[in-house]
Design a binder for this molecule. Sequence first.
Ligand SMILES: Cc1cc2nc3c(=O)[nH]c(=O)nc-3n(C[C@H](O)[C@H](O)[C@H](O)COP(=O)(O)OP(=O)(O)OC[C@H]3O[C@@H](n4cnc5c(N)ncnc54)[C@H](O)[C@@H]3O)c2cc1C
Length: 504
Amino acid sequence: MSTSERETFDVIVVGAGNAALTAALAARAAGARVVVLEKASLKLRGGNTRFSGGVFRCTYRSLADLVPIVQQHDSPETVVADPYTPVDYRKDIERVTGGRADPELTTVLVDRAYDTVRWMADLGVPWEFNRAVGAVTIPGAAKVKLPLGGALRVKGEGVMLSTALFRLAEEASIKVLYETQAVRIVTATDGQVTGVEVRGPDGMQILNCRALILGSGGFQANPEMRTAYLGPAWSLVKVRGTRFDTGEMLRAALAVGAQSYGEWAGCHATPIDADAPTYGELRLTDKTNRLSYPFSVMVNLDGERFVDEGEDFNLYTYAKMGRQILQERGAVVFQIFDRKTIPLLETRYNTGTPVTADTLPELVDRLEERYRSLGIRKATMLKTLEDYNAAVQDGVFNPDILDKKRTQGLRPEKTNWATRLDEPPFQAYAVSLGITFTFGGLRINTNAEVVDYLERPIPGLFATGEITGGFFYLNYPAGAGLTRGAVFGRIAGTNAAQFAREQS
Ligand SMILES: Cc1cc2nc3c(=O)[nH]c(=O)nc-3n(C[C@H](O)[C@H](O)[C@H](O)COP(=O)(O)OP(=O)(O)OC[C@H]3O[C@@H](n4cnc5c(N)ncnc54)[C@H](O)[C@@H]3O)c2cc1C
């Protein structure tokens, strides 16, 4: 690295996840000389992207739009897909964010989602139909109905997405500097970005550039920033993904005048196995998720229900469900299923060991035995389960739709998919929460330029992915995180390359 100290790169990209590497590829394709800085080692590279399920939310008019994307890796005979239009995508974002998402950034995300996924497919990222997360088997038809909007995922999920992007970067002669942490943005007196200070294998040094793209993720792996922005309760939570997204470049950008934007007290946090490790592990990636709760009854350690398990499909509630679990004593709850609903469990439940019994009293006894140190209120739990069974209304259970099969007279009610716990075996999974990523970040405009408080671009500074704010509030629709990173990564890379060209 010592030789690079005095040279000026056209574009430096901070981070090596989906957002950063799509930006690097776009900048390189636009003719820029690009270097990527990765804080992690070669072995641990790739950020949250590598842990992800690889689902990209995008629009399509019909299955035919998806076929060219998956063509070398999958075939459409066994799947069906309802259309997912830009109006649907926008409505989903508006609905789950309570109408707060930035309208201009949302428009770009929605309008460029399909085109960006096709661009990635053309580059060589392998895609398949998402038959796993949120997909529903159609009884008797031997077909799977793909989840609306989340119909595609990268074949081999986040691990393969990461592998493919690094391979493409290598093929494009993009150099990646590992164990190189960006710590400060260097600007000229006129405010233009001229470089970045890094801490790397050779110590501290400044790398010069004409344009800088920040793709270094959120601050979810930084306990100090979690405590400061999300609140003290978040200090000790488990982190689902990488341990390297610690927010220092967010602070560095704020220090040069970037506008902070979005919900800094908000994050994506999901129900995960109560025994999951403190940070994500690559042997488990996203397999600790416990997202079949709409078909369960969820009770806390005090034996009480605390949420409408069936408010909506899990892909529209899972990102906020973690926060709800955090509010319960000990941040541990139980998801309880019976013979009717056990077949609906996602295969990811295989990474856990449930408590099983043939009667509800026996189940509660066994839970108490296994989790004695947590202090379960057995009598209340049993009564809650019996009251729940008594409150379930008749109706047709259908996991494919919001079936309105509900309870009557409970607080909270279960408003869809309420079936009685009355057929053994009964199974209970202990569930806690894991933080996935933070929602607050830097304000960018539709050109992926980072702007100041007067909404003027900071010359030479671009950003994409989880480091940006204003897209998601309270919640997010599954698969929109990766798409957001790639859509704005491509825009950032193209525009940073042009900016660099104009400077040279
Ligand atoms: C278990 C799990 C499953 C998920 N599944 C999905 C899914 O299926 N679909 C979806 O849309 N989203 C999913 N997400 C969210 C998704 O991972 C993210 O939205 C997306 O990968 C974020 O990409 P990114 O490039 O912004 O950040 P990251 O992929 O986290 O990349 C950040 C990069 O920056 C590096 N870095 C950080 N600080 C510095 C620094 N100072 N200097 C240099 N480098 C630095 C990190 O090492 C890393 O390489 C999932 C997340 C997790 C944890």
